[in-house]
Write a protein of this length. Structure first.
Length: 256
């Protein structure tokens, strides 16, 4: 520092002015560079933010379009009058009829599955039907009655639910996002009885329908009836069941 001070005192006026001039130019260049860098940074940040927002907006619009297409297809399946008509039949048909029903349902499901946004379609039906053993497009609802995703959907007021492969306990394929929709039966069992189809019971119905138990049941030690949910059963004495359901014993079975 002393050396610089000594050189400065020994320098001529012309040299001092030259040093001051160079210093001013250096300060100006540094300030100009800082200003340019600031403007460049702001412009770059603005462009990056615009690009990111534009990309997010496009992605959101694309995903909304895909989801709307998927939900539209799901709604068409759930409201397919022929599928509803076939699956609403709670009693098992002759093997030949069940086979033709299976082919018709699978043909309809495959037509929806051919869409780009739908990888595969599964329909869960009553296990009493022969075609519930298809294991490709058709499955027995009893097999998943204890799974959390089905219970959540049944207890929800919404008709549609979204679940991951892990939530569906499905390890047979790559991870997917699955949308599940209730197919309302031609007969709205829940509205009439208070119970979902497959879990209807004569105990505690919203509307008390006349209930009759075959009189031979009095001789049974116990009776097994639905507990009001899929997969839930109650074991009662015949007399206790009649009391709980406000039912009567009568001979209702025609014997040859």
């Amino acid at each position: 520092m002393k050396t610089i001070s000594k050189l400065w005192r020994q320098s001529k006026l012309k040299t001092k002015l030259l040093w001051i001039y160079c210093l001013l130019i250096l300060v100006f260049m540094v300030s100009l560079t800082a200003l340019a860098f600031s403007v460049f940074s702001n412009n770059l940040r603005t462009k990056i933010m615009y690009s990111a927002e534009h990309g997010i907006s496009q992605t959101r619009d694309f995903m909304n379009y895909k989801f709307s297409q998927l939900l539209d297809g799901l709604s068409q399946i759930a409201n397919d009058s022929r599928i509803r008509e076939i699956t609403s039949n709670s009693s098992r048909q002759e093997i030949k009829q069940e086979y033709w029903d299976m082919l018709e349902i699978k043909e309809r499901l495959t037509s929806y599955q051919s869409r780009e946004e739908i990888q595969r379609v599964r329909l869960y039906v009553d296990g009493d039907h022969m075609y519930s053993a298809d294991k490709i497009n058709l499955f027995s609802v009893e097999e998943v009655s204890s799974q959390k995703w089905l219970q959540e959907l049944q207890n929800s007021t919404a008709d549609v639910g979204a679940f991951s492969s892990e939530e569906l306990e499905d390890t047979s394929s790559q991870p997917v996002l699955a949308f599940v929709q209730k197919i309302k039966s031609i007969v709205d069992y829940q509205k009439v009885t208070g119970y979902v189809r497959g879990g209807c019971t004569s105990i505690g119905m919203k509307k008390q329908f006349p209930t009759v138990i075959q009189e031979d049941a009095k001789e049974l030690e116990h009776m097994h009836v639905s507990g009001g949910k899929l997969g839930m059963q109650l074991t009662l004495l015949p007399e206790d069941l009649a009391k709980a359901a406000n039912a009567q014993f009568a001979d209702v079975i025609h014997k040859d």
